[in-house]
Design a protein around this ligand. Structure first.
Ligand code: GAP
Length: 445
């Protein structure tokens, strides 16, 4: 059933222009995905909500857009060069490669190949460490290379700019630096759609605080970020839960960490991690770079290395959660209807306008006039490329909350039919009241 839901979501995303396979006409690239016209629209809405809430609406957080390629020193300091690796094992029977922690253990040292189901004996075929970072030659010559790395998290760009931001903004602690951007990890994955990608986007805040305030702000951010998914994104409460990491599970840099988990089609998995990273990052970068990354507290006249609380969210996973939560199939008059019950503020289009008869010039003209008028106020689309039943089905599948149909009667009575996506109720509304009617209904949802 869960697999079935995942397959249906992937199919809908491809069919309706949310997400396409990367480099598809050349056979595709594993775990690389492209966002289509509707996908990029929804993805932008998610990022805009986050940015507005944390950067534009607050005075304690500033924005940053740091580079994707970073120097080797950054990742020597952060520990990624040494420790950011997966243990991989090859199946001697089918030749496929897997993450050891993701395959079924049969007995001591023996695992089951998820592909060909044969046994993988790790005594004969020991697992090997594989660093997840993409390394790239930045020299103009192949003979004399020097290397940069595609960042595996946006966080490092924030740490290396900590004193730049501090010196230019003159802000005091607590101070957050927020960034939305691409991150890259050479993940070895099997069919998790956009859950685990090699190229993905993160929305991260590094929130710098006085060390003694670390625990208090860690708790604050766990609640704040959970509420964000519930209230600002609108995910359902029963699809969300918090999971605190045990001491054994904590990353080397973390003093504490809580995951916000979402019930994806394949089960509960991490949507976001909130970590108390202590002074690990600033201390390591200060040591590696030889630069002073401390903070001078004007009030107490002391130099301190701030602690950092990090709410680290994935744009793609939030997108996946939104689609998964909204995906719905229901029976209507003996037929199955697929509908994305997206919250209106996330729907790529809030209204779609159709002429019932596309050969009637007067109807088309009126429909286009209504479309251009509404489009200047609400995200809207116009479609006349199919029968009315098909047009409704298309809009249901992409989550458009309202459809407006212009018919022959509209020419005389100056009214149109407004159909509600969820209830499928149809109301006959005066053309000059359509925008107010829809805005009113959107406000109520
Ligand atoms: N700076 C901390 C950090 O990067 P993480 O738990 O590795 O922590 C944070 O990543 C978030 O980034 C995850 O919760 C997830 O939403 C997203 N993420 C991580 N790896 C991803 C991948 N391969 N594909 C898609 N999203 C990913």
């Amino acid at each position: 059933m869960a697999d079935d839901k995942l397959t249906k979501i992937i199919s809908l995303c491809k069919r309706r222009g949310f997400i396409f396979g990367g480099s598809q006409i050349y056979g595709g690239l594993s775990s690389i995905w492209d966002y289509g016209p509707l996908g990029v629209n929804l993805k932008k809405k998610i990022k805009d909500i986050w940015w507005k809430e944390y950067v534009e609406n607050r005075n304690d957080i500033v924005g940053l857009d740091s580079s994707i390629i970073m120097s080797e020193g950054v990742f020597l300091a952060s520990g990624h060069l040494k420790g950011f690796s997966d243990l991989l094992v090859d199946c001697a029977s089918c030749g496929k490669r897997f993450r050891l922690d993701m395959i079924e253990k049969v007995s001591d040292n023996v695992y089951k190949c998820p592909e060909c189901k044969k046994e993988i004996d790790t005594e004969k075929n020991p697992p090997r460490k594989f660093n997840l970072m993409f390394k790239t030659n930045m020299s103009a010559s192949e003979d004399n290379p020097y290397y940069g790395y595609l960042r595996p998290e946006t966080a490092q760009g924030i740490f290396v700019n900590f004193s730049n931001v501090l010196n230019t903004t003159r802000k005091k602690l607590p101070l957050g630096i927020a960034q939305i951007g691409k991150a890259f990890r050479n993940e070895v994955t099997t069919g998790s759609f956009i859950f685990r990608m090699k190229e993905f986007e993160q929305m991260e805040i590094e929130y710098f605080v006085r060390p003694e305030k670390g625990d208090e702000f860690y708790k604050y951010w766990v609640k704040e970020r959970y509420d964000f998914y519930l209230n600002s994104i609108g995910l359902s409460r029963e699809s969300l839960r918090l999971r605190e990491h045990s001491q054994e599970e904590l990353a080397h840099y973390a003093k504490a960490c809580t995951d916000i988990e979402f019930n994806f089609p394949f089960g509960w998995s991490e949507l976001e991690g909130i970590a108390n990273r202590g002074d690990y990052d600033l201390t390591k970068h200060a040591h590696e770079s030889g630069k002073d990354l401390s903070y001078f507290d004007q009030k107490t006249k002391e130099k301190i290395v701030p602690y950092v609380i990090e709410p680290s969210a994935g744009v793609d996973r939030t997108f996946f959660a939104v689609i998964s939560d909204a995906f719905c199939q229901e029976e209507v008059k003996g037929r199955e209807r697929t509908v994305l019950k997206l919250k209106p503020h996330l729907a790529p289009h809030q209204v779609a306008i159709f002429p019932l008869l596309k050969k009637n010039h007067d109807i088309v003209k009126l429909a286009k006039n209504i479309f251009y008028d509404i489009k200047s106020k609400l995200p809207a689309s116009y479609d006349d490329t199919a029968s009315i039943g098909k047009l409704y089905r298309r809009q249901d599948e992409v989550g458009t909350p309202f459809c407006v149909t212009v018919d022959v009667d509209s020419l005389g009575d100056k009214k149109v039919t407004v159909r509600n996506r969820d209830s499928m109720a149809q109301d006959r509304i005066s053309i000059d009241k359509v925008f107010d009617f829809i805005s009113d209904q959107l406000d109520k949802q």
